[in-house]
Design a protein around this ligand. Structure first.
Ligand SMILES: Nc1nc2c(c(=O)[nH]1)N[C@H]1C(S)=C(S)[C@@H](COP(=O)(O)O)O[C@H]1N2
Ligand SMILES: [Mo]
Length: 539
């Protein structure tokens, strides 16, 4: 900042200050670039308050980046940053933008139109990103147009001031010219730059606030009255949920339920304007409103949902009591035609999730869920309606913010993840996890209590075995069976643990008799496999 705040008269200063050093001049030019970028983002946010949060340039570019990210990189991001992957992505976009903005400032300090051109390119990228979404409308381009114009105008204006201030006598080697006395000084440039940032901040923050209030559906969500279930889940026996310290609770509280999706801004859907369309290979296409959905007999389903991206031992799994209308019943009303192979759910944000039709209609309790653990679906988990199909990973079964169901063939449509190389069936693999002791925990020698979770959703868990340091497998104690669609908790008393470092391994057998495979596989393309192990230090 020193480069522009110094407005002392040359006579009072040491000679070296008279001529801004190139580095300081460059820093000043970069600041101009940042200020113009702020103006661009602020203008984009303000306009996006009217055209929808997903049309804001940074969000649009981020969403396009998510959709274009190669699977391997996405896998890496989920593995490394977990559910922080979105903040990390946005931070990356902002940092890239800052670097390009600095470059634009430097170019503009030489030739202002060049800086303007960089912002025109920014705007163009935003326009392309905003229009590239499957659900985009022409108006989605407007925030990026505004951002590009605001950024270009700001950078050209500030760069002209900057250049004029730089040719002021005594600041640069003297330049002759009759206008030099009326040229702006560095203080003017500073004020203009700071003013631009201030206006941009007001526009950006104001735009966000406006968008939040325009899209606020809290009241509408709170007003949803959940009818009593027509079909209740059978109570989960206490013996199915042993209270072992360190084990996750049998039902996962909504606030702790993992969240995995591609949505940079959560779709906010007013249930009063929501409808679900059922079409494709059906005899009677349907369109039902949220009220009509709630008037259908609602069923409770206790079900463990898990994510295909879960690593061995990973956290992307949770159990909930879902409440919703029967999906097979709705499909039967629509009249599924022969030849139908795939049920594609479409979300408000353009996600497509395809479930094998034979799984949906084979008698399992698939739902159009409206509630989770007795609470109206949280926005992050798909309010007002999502699908839940036991036995399948979320990416082939659990469309959040559902607005459309298409009955189709496999050949006719590749859903989002299938396009990216993932398996199209998504059957949950037999998985077991050691939750207690925690990895690298220090435990006292003697008797060590080991416990964990196992799931083979819709097949059920028949056995869990544990071994220490590659020794013989021993049967773990299984908690009572609460149903095949649920995880099963287990415990094992490891007796005579000797001081030292030990490795505990676990494997499960599903109810078909298949033993969980030892072979390690990455989540891509059909879910991770391999035995989970934990290293503990016995003292
Ligand atoms: N609209 C939408 N629905 C979605 C997804 C998504 O990205 N967008 N992700 C799916 C995946 S991969 C999983 S594992 C589950 C996760 O549901 P949850 O976030 O409620 O736990 O949602 C599924 N439904
Ligand atoms: Mo997932």
């Amino acid at each position: 900042m020193g480069v522009v705040t110094n407005s002392g008269t040359p006579a009072e200063e040491p000679a070296s200050v008279h001529h801004p050093r190139p580095a300081l001049r460059a820093a000043g030019a970069a600041m101009i670039g940042f200020a113009a970028a702020a103006a661009a983002v602020g203008a984009g946010e303000l306009v996006a308050a009217f055209t929808g949060p997903e049309s804001a340039p940074v969000i649009a570019v981020g969403s396009a980046a998510i959709d274009l990210t190669p699977t391997a990189l996405k896998d890496y991001a989920v593995r490394t940053f977990g559910t922080n992957d979105k903040p990390v992505l946005l931070a990356g976009i902002y940092l890239t933008m800052a670097a390009l903005a600095a470059l634009a400032g430097l170019l503009a300090a030489r030739r202002p139109p060049l800086g303007g051109a960089v912002f025109a390119l920014f705007g163009g990228l935003g326009i392309w990103a905003a229009l590239s979404r499957s659900t985009s409308m022409p108006t989605d381009a407007v925030p990026s147009i505004a951002a590009g114009l605001a950024g270009a105008a700001a950078v050209v204006w500030l760069a002209r001031l900057f250049r004029q201030a730089s040719v002021r006598p005594g600041v640069q080697p003297p330049v002759k010219g009759p206008t030099s006395s009326s040229n702006p000084d560095r203080r003017t440039v500073l004020l203009a730059t700071g003013g631009t940032v201030a206006v941009a901040a007001v526009a950006g923050v104001g735009g966000r606030m406006l968008a939040d209030s325009r899209n606020d559906i809290t009241a509408a969500r709170n007003a949803v009255h959940l009818p009593a279930p027509a079909l209740r889940a059978r109570p989960v026996p206490l013996a199915a949920r042993p209270a072992i310290p360190g084990l996750p609770s049998f039902y996962t509280p909504n606030a702790e339920f993992y969240r995995v999706d591609t949505a940079l801004t959560l779709p906010r859907i007013d249930p009063r304007s929501w409808s679900l369309r059922v079409h494709g290979l059906v005899d009677r296409p349907l369109l039902i409103s949220f009220d009509e959905l709630l008037r259908r007999p609602l069923e409770e389903l206790d079900h463990t949902l898990s994510c295909v991206s879960n690593e061995v031992g990973g956290p992307y799994v949770g159990t909930s009591r879902w409440l919703g209308a029967s999906l097979p019943a709705l499909l039967r009303e629509a009249g599924v035609r022969s030849g139908a192979q795939q049920l594609v759910g479409r979300s408000k944000d353009g996600m497509t999730i395809g479930a094998p039709m034979d799984a949906v209609l084979d008698g399992r309790q698939a739902l159009l869920a409206v509630a989770m653990n007795g609470e109206t679906l949280p926005v992050a988990h798909g309010f007002p309606c999502r699908t839940v199909v036991p036995g399948l990973y979320g990416y082939t079964s659990a469309t959040k913010w559902l607005v459309d169901l298409e009955v189709t063939t496999f050949a006719a449509h590749d859903p989002y993840w299938v396009k990216r190389g993932w398996d199209r069936t998504g059957v949950v693999k037999t998985t077991s996890r050691i939750d207690v002791p925690a990895p690298f925990a220090h435990v006292a020698a003697g008797d060590v209590s080991v416990a964990g979770t196992a799931w083979a959703t819709h097949r059920g868990i028949a056995a869990v075995e544990v071994r220490v340091d590659g020794g013989p497998w021993a049967q773990a104690r299984l908690a009572a069976d609460a149903g095949t669609d649920l995880w099963r908790q287990w415990s094992y008393d490891w007796t005579g643990a000797q001081p030292g470092t030990h490795r505990i391994e676990v494997r499960a057998t599903d109810a078909t008799g298949a033993v969980q495979t030892e072979a390690r596989a990455t989540p891509f393309p059909s879910g991770s496999t391999g035995w989970h192990s934990t290293v503990v230090i016995v003292t």
